[in-house]
Write a protein that binds this ligand. Structure first.
Ligand code: ADP
Ligand code: MG
Length: 319
């Protein structure tokens, strides 16, 4: 690289270690979870064209690369400790690197999650983050804990990221203002870390929504050996999405992808505790359905009529 690999690391990614026993610069970083805590770890690979658009601002890309990993910690109720950043870059561009690092560190600092190492190489743009967090031993939220009779909840709103993507693809019409607003949801998701921590001991299961509600809920149901009925009209959505035709709203809320909200279950006896956790963390949560013993996923509208969940119902979006 023109800048030099080590110069690049030192200039953009090396900062003094804080909580870590050893940070960037040695062969390994050293992290020390507090006594009684388990290490929680997760990784995500972001490829240009597949996971982000070439038009994304570097600050937002830096944010998103870490955000999607913090979202996995949130789903487990884990608190962030640190992360590794592996980069393949076509060229060492100071302006791009400076902006990427700015977005990355802004989110990292907001969550007290420090960069402790990584790898850097020349190649087609790819960003790989491995995150480490800690959770009291045995108290991590899992996908497998949903039980018949539990309420089903989701945080925030669903579908804006997909709405922005469909607008970018030219398949839905959005005003400039709506596109900019929903594009922030797509490019700068806010990981629900504090909510995940607050739900420890309250939620019976949790997952973060990266692939769309129907798909991700399916993971919870399979792992838990249960089924569910969704209230399709209760799914929380922004004013931008609510202004779209019904089939667009259904697609974006049910099969949106890139929401990075928490989907979780809790026994009805926990309703007050769930709302208290939401209020304490400033993250709205909405009850969207019920876990049932009968396997499979069903959805009904506000009148109780079945809503089809097959994606073939959304042919509107086929190219
Ligand atoms: P090694 O040869 O052991 O793989 P490198 O020479 O690749 O180590 O990296 C030197 C140091 O810089 C290591 O501490 C590594 O963790 C760190 N590092 C490399 N790339 C990055 C990056 N993109 N962000 C943060 N730290 C990095
Ligand atoms: Mg290396």
């Amino acid at each position: 690289m023109s800048l030099g690999e080590f110069e690049l690391i030192e200039r953009y990614f090396m900062r003094p270690a804080r909580r870590a026993a050893l940070g960037v610069g040695d062969d390994c970083a050293l992290l020390q979870p507090r006594p009684g805590m388990q290490l929680a770890t997760s990784a995500d690979l972001l490829l240009e064209g597949r996971h982000f658009l070439s038009t994304v601002a570097p600050e937002r890309l830096g944010h998103k690369a870490l955000a999607v990993n913090l979202s996995d910690l949130a789903a487990c109720g884990a608190e962030p400790l640190g992360f590794l950043l592996s980069l393949a870059l076509p060229a060492a561009e100071p302006d791009w690197l400076e902006r990427f690092a700015r977005g990355l560190f802004a989110l990292a600092d907001a969550h007290g999650c420090e960069l402790v190492g990584g790898d850097t190489t020349r190649g087609p743009l790819a960003i790989h983050v491995t995150v480490f967090g800690e959770v009291p031993a045995g108290r991590a939220l899992l996908r497998s804990g949903a039980r018949a009779g539990d309420d089903l909840y989701v945080s925030g709103t669903l579908g804006d990221a997909r709405l922005a993507l469909e607008a970018w693809r030219g398949r839905v019409a959005l005003s400039g203002e709506a596109f900019e607003a929903t594009r922030v949801a797509m490019e700068q998701p806010q990981p629900r870390v504090t909510l995940g921590v607050a739900l420890r001991g309250i939620a019976s299961s949790a997952i973060d929504l990266s692939d769309g509600l129907v798909g991700d809920l399916g993971h919870v149901l399979r792992r838990s050996g249960a089924g569910a009925t969704l209230q399709a009209d209760a799914l929380p959505r922004s004013a931008w999405l609510a202004a779209q035709p019904p089939e667009v709203q259904r697609l974006c809320t049910l099969a949106g992808g890139d929401d990075y909200e928490l989907l979780f279950t809790a026994a009805p006896a926990q309703r007050e505790a769930v709302q208290a956790a939401a209020a304490a963390t400033g993250v709205p949560v909405t009850r969207i359905g019920t876990i049932e013993a009968e396997p499979g996923l069903r959805a009904v509208d506000a009148q109780g009529r079945p809503v089809p969940l097959a994606l073939s119902a959304f042919d509107h979006f086929r190219p």
